[in-house]
Design a protein around this ligand. Structure first.
Ligand code: OFO
Length: 164
């Protein structure tokens, strides 16, 4: 049985994963609105990954005999600026998520909740990948700038991403 403290903390993370999905959907719509359909597609897939991250934690909480405590989601912004700013904002958001996952991991350790610690390892690894993947896109965007032909090449490359 999961402790109340861990249950609340994991539920807060579930909420945050769902907020991430909302945020990336809003960013996707913003990019598509600027005719960057590839970046929009990439972000749509990213939003579905975030929903899967929430679902994985929900399964874990329920498997441990815990309760799901869903909360109302904050509305994401609707304006994000240029594509470089969008991806810089994603990187900053993911760094914040990494901090939250690390704090959850520390809590699991402090509580000697080994099952939560092991479940959270997946998220620790995932955050390394997410930061690397988004950081690379930010680097590419800085290299090409968000004007000119190269950005359209990047856009078509980003549009190849599909749900795994
Ligand atoms: Fe973007 O990462 Fe979830 O956890």
């Amino acid at each position: 049985m999961i402790s109340q403290t861990m249950q609340h903390a994991l539920n807060a993370q579930i909420n945050l994963e769902q907020y991430s999905a909302q945020l990336y959907l809003a960013m996707s719509a913003h990019c598509i609105g600027k005719s960057f359909k590839g970046f929009g597609q990439w972000l749509k897939v990213q939003a579905s990954e975030e929903t899967a991250h929430a679902a994985r934690l929900i399964d874990f909480v329920l498997d441990r005999g815990g309760k799901l405590e869903l909360q109302a989601l904050e509305a994401p912004p609707t304006e994000f600026g240029g594509v470089i700013q969008v991806f810089e904002a994603i990187l900053a958001h993911e760094k914040g998520i990494t901090g939250r996952i690390n704090a959850l991991f520390e809590l699991a350790r402090a509580e000697k909740d080994y099952a939560s610690e092991i479940a959270l390892q997946w998220y620790v690894t995932e955050q390394v990948e997410e930061e690397a993947r988004v950081g690379e896109i930010v680097d590419h965007l800085h290299a090409v700038g968000d004007q000119g032909g190269a950005i359209w090449y990047l856009d078509s490359k980003m549009g190849k991403r599909s749900v795994q």
